[in-house]
Design a protein around this ligand. Structure first.
Ligand SMILES: Cc1cc2nc3c(=O)[nH]c(=O)nc-3n(C[C@H](O)[C@H](O)[C@H](O)COP(=O)(O)OP(=O)(O)OC[C@H]3O[C@@H](n4cnc5c(N)ncnc54)[C@H](O)[C@@H]3O)c2cc1C
Length: 305
C-alpha cells in the first residue's frame, strides 16, 4: 500500500511544484540527488570515480510540455558531456525521452536525442535512454534501435529493460540480436497485471533469466540492482560460464547501498553509479521512497543531523 501511495504522490503536480521550490524539499532530497547544478553532479562524479566507481549522470526531469524546456534540458547534457571529457571522468549520461520532448513532438525529440548521441560518439562517450512507464516502452525501444542503426552511433547509445514486464524476454532477444547495449532493472512504475508481473518472486525470476541472456550475448551490458540475491546470481553465473569481470558492469543508484558498491569494486567487479541532479527531483525521489518506504524515516533523520 505504501508503494502505491508513493507512486501516486510521484504523479501529484501540486505537491511536486511545492516541494521542488522549497529549501526544505531540497534538503530532504540530498541523500539521493547530487544537487541542483552541473557542477554539483560533476563534483559527485569525481568523488565516485575516486572510489573506483564509474558514473552515469541524469539531468532530472520528465514529461516536458514545451519545446524550449526540451532544448534547455538537452543543452545541459551537451555541457555535461564536454565537461566529463575535459575532466577525464569515467562517466556517461542517462536521459528520459519525455524530457527530450517525446510528448510534445516526436520528430523533434528524435532530433534532440540524435544530436546528443552524435556528441557523445564524438567524445567516445555513451547515452543511456532510461525506460519510463509502459505507455512509452515501444516508442523508447524504437528510438534506441533507430539511433543504433545510424552508422556512427552504434555502441554509443543503449536501452533499458524492466524485468517486471511480460514482454521483456522478447525485447531482450531483439535488442541483443542487434547488439544493442542494455541496462537490466526490475522496473520502477506501477503497471497492471495484464502486462507486468506483480509478485516479487516472479519479477526476480525473470530478472535472473534475462541477466543470463545478457551475459551470454557477448555485448557489454549493465546489471542494475541493489538486490544482493540478483548480484549473487550474476556473479555465480559469470564464474560458471567463464565470463570475465570486464564483460559487463553492475549499476546502482546514488546514495543507495554504498557499502555494496564498494564491496563489488574490492572484489574486482565493475560498478557504475547513476547520479541524478537538477531542480526536478520530486518524481525521482518519490519512486525511491516507493521502492523502500523506510527511506522516508532515513531521510527525516538526515534532516536533523
Ligand atoms: C542504475 C539504475 C538505473 C535504473 N534505471 C531505471 C529505468 O530506466 N527505468 C526504471 O523503470 N527503473 C530504473 N531503475 C530502478 C529499478 O527499476 C528498481 O526500481 C530499483 O533499482 C529497485 O530494485 P532493486 O533491483 O534494487 O530490487 P528490490 O527488490 O526493489 O530491492 C532489493 C534490495 O535493494 C535495496 N533497495 C532497493 N531500492 C532501494 C532504495 N530505493 N533505497 C534503499 N535501498 C533500496 C533494499 O535493500 C532492498 O531490499 C534503475 C535502477 C538502477 C540501479
Amino acid at each position: 500500500m505504501l508503494r502505491a501511495t508513493f507512486i501516486a504522490l510521484s504523479e501529484s503536480r501540486s505537491l511536486r511544484s511545492f516541494a521542488e521550490k522549497t529549501a526544505l524539499g531540497q534538503k530532504l532530497s540530498s541523500r539521493f540527488v547530487a544537487g541542483l547544478t552541473v557542477d554539483d553532479a560533476l563534483h559527485a562524479a569525481h568523488a565516485m570515480n575516486q572510489l573506483g566507481l564509474g558514473v552515469s549522470v541524469d539531468n532530472l526531469g520528465e514529461n516536458v510540455t514545451n519545446v524550449d524546456e526540451a532544448r534547455h534540458s538537452a543543452q545541459l547534457y551537451h555541457q555535461m558531456l564536454d565537461r566529463m571529457a575535459g575532466e577525464e571522468l569515467n562517466a556517461n549520461v542517462s536521459l528520459k525521452l519525455t524530457h527530450m520532448g517525446l510528448d510534445v513532438n516526436e520528430k523533434l525529440a528524435y532530433e534532440i536525442t540524435s544530436e546528443l548521441v552524435q556528441h557523445a560518439a564524438r567524445l567516445s562517450s555513451f547515452v543511456r535512454v532510461d525506460m519510463e512507464g509502459s505507455a512509452y516502452t515501444q516508442r523508447t525501444l524504437d528510438f534506441v534501435r533507430r539511433l543504433h542503426r545510424e552508422p556512427e552511433y552504434a555502441g554509443h547509445v543503449g536501452a533499458v529493460i524492466q524485468s517486471y514486464l511480460h514482454r521483456s524476454q522478447a525485447d531482450v532477444g531483439q535488442l541483443v540480436a542487434e547488439r544493442i547495449r542494455i541496462r537490466l532493472c526490475k522496473g520502477a512504475y506501477k503497471e497492471p497485471p495484464e502486462i507486468a508481473f506483480q509478485q516479487k518472486a516472479e519479477v526476480d525470476g525473470n530478472y535472473v533469466k534475462l541477466m543470463r541472456m545478457l551475459l551470454k550475448s557477448g555485448v557489454y551490458h549493465g546489471i542494475a540492482t541493489h538486490d544482493e540475491k540478483m548480484i549473487r546470481a550474476t556473479i555465480d553465473f559469470a564464474r560458471r560460464e567463464n565470463i570475465s569481470a570486464e564483460a559487463f558492469e553492475f549499476q546502482m543508484l546514488y546514495g543507495i547501498r554504498r557499502d555494496l558498491q564498494q564491496k563489488l569494486i574490492k572484489e574486482g567487479w565493475r560498478c557504475r553509479v547513476y547520479i541524478p541532479f537538477g531542480t526536478e527531483w520530486y518524481p525521482y525521489l518519490m519512486r525511491r521512497l516507493a521502492e523502500r518506504p523506510a527511506n522516508a524515516i532515513f531521510i527525516l533523520k538526515n534532516l536533523f543531523r
